[in-house]
Write a new protein. Structure first.
Length: 115
């Protein structure tokens, strides 16, 4: 199993970024996928989740209305479109899926929101 995130970087407040996570080693279309983030000194928190097939999504309160999760089964990829970014969105963002109660994580991609 491999989850590889990309798309992070430095962006000014109010800007946008799109993160991608390419999955391999499992049947991508059979599992819900999630994005989490962890800021320095803080616990890892859930950002967004999309059900298998993309039929339903849910978001953390702090990102609702600004972030959008989507997936492309043909590309085994899940995306996180982040708009109206704030300095408090600065964190390492991780792709995740769960199977039989076990969490699989990518290596993370750094997002820094600063002027």
């Amino acid at each position: 199993v491999q989850l590889v995130e990309s798309g992070g970087g430095l962006v000014q407040p109010g800007g946008s970024l799109r993160l991608s996570c390419v999955a391999s080693g499992f049947t991508f279309s059979s599992y819900a996928m999630s994005w989490y983030r962890q800021a320095p000194g803080k616990k890892r928190e859930s950002v967004a989740r999309i059900t298998r097939g993309g039929g339903s999504t849910n978001y953390g309160c702090s990102v609702k209305g600004r972030f959008t999760i989507s997936s492309n089964n043909a590309k085994n990829t899940v995306y996180l479109q982040m708009n109206r970014l704030k300095p408090e969105d600065t964190a390492v963002y991780y792709c995740n899926y769960k199977r039989y109660g076990y969490d699989y994580w990518g290596q993370g991609t750094q997002v820094t929101v600063s002027s």
